[in-house]
Design a protein around this ligand. Structure first.
Ligand code: MIZ
Ligand code: ZN
Length: 253
């Protein structure tokens, strides 16, 4: 019986990979960089399109045909367009995040995926380039109910099975960001195939709070399609990868 979801059976380390993700962020080893700018985020809620269960997470996808939802500043040379956001989570609250801080796991982690539309003609091409993607990572911790997340949670039963989609036409993902501007940043990769080393990671220092029912709603999703033997969508995070010759910079002292 295949316990591990096929996606994580793929090579957990790619041969020759020198900047793989996720990593453990050792707070005391991160280096304050005074030249890091504040990250500027401007999302247009009407660019939201739909929610899709793609069999490894649920993605909220955006219309990225214009520069209406972008991030700029921080460690980034250009502005990057929002393509989608999704989450990684565990079967129980003791683990679930992809990155760790001082070896601590959070119960879940949000990824907001953006691509460099200034230098590349498409998302698919940006995925293959060293400065092609910028992903904002936000940790989720157990606490108060998150009202902004609830509108998303209410739609999840409609995408219970792999390859189901539901229209979701107004949502402002900036409601999922902590108010604290502090972040870490490092050069890394996608954490699922194609595992390309094309991501500038921007990991927010402060988590957002969600409640148990909201985490349980994530865990009710399925990796499997309708009619297949049900496999709960949980533990969809990649194991930690070696830091190798990288420094994690912080925007704060
Ligand atoms: C072409 C492409 C494929 C995939 C699975 N992803 C998501 C990989 C991922 C999820 N969380 C971190 N990396 C991206 C961003 C691009
Ligand atoms: Zn992710």
């Amino acid at each position: 019986m295949q316990k591990v979801h096929p996606l994580w059976q793929s090579p957990l380390t790619i041969p020759g990979g020198t900047r793989q993700s996720p990593i453990n962020i050792q707070w005391r080893d991160s280096v304050y960089d005074p030249f890091l700018k504040p990250l500027k985020i401007s999302y247009d809620p009407t660019t939201c399109l739909h929610i899709w269960n793609n069999g490894y997470s649920f993605l909220v996808e955006f219309d990225d045909s214009t520069d209406r939802s972008i991030i700029v500043g921080g460690p980034l040379e250009n502005q990057y367009r929002l393509k989608q956001f999704h989450f990684h989570w565990g079967a129980i609250n003791d683990w679930g995040s992809e990155h760790t801080v001082d070896s601590k796991f959070y119960p879940a982690e949000l990824h907001l995926v953006h691509w460099n539309a200034v230098e590349y003609p498409s998302f698919e091409e940006a995925v293959m380039e060293g400065n092609g993607l910028a992903v904002i990572g936000v940790f989720l911790k157990l606490g108060a109910r998150h009202e902004g997340l609830q509108t998303l949670v209410d739609a999840l039963p409609a995408v219970k099975h792999k390859d189901t989609v539901i229209e979701f036409d107004v949502f402002d993902p900036s409601c999922l960001l902590p108010s604290c501007p502090d972040y870490w940043t490092y050069a890394g990769s996608l954490t699922t195939p194609p595992l390309t080393e094309s991501v500038t990671w921007i990991i927010k220092k402060k988590p957002i709070e969600v409640d148990e029912d909201q985490l349980e709603a994530f865990r009710m999703l399925l990796f499997t399609s309708d009619g297949e033997e049900e496999k709960r969508m949980v533990d969809n995070f990649r194991p930690l990868q070696p830091l190798m010759d990288r420094t994690v910079r912080s925007s704060f002292q």
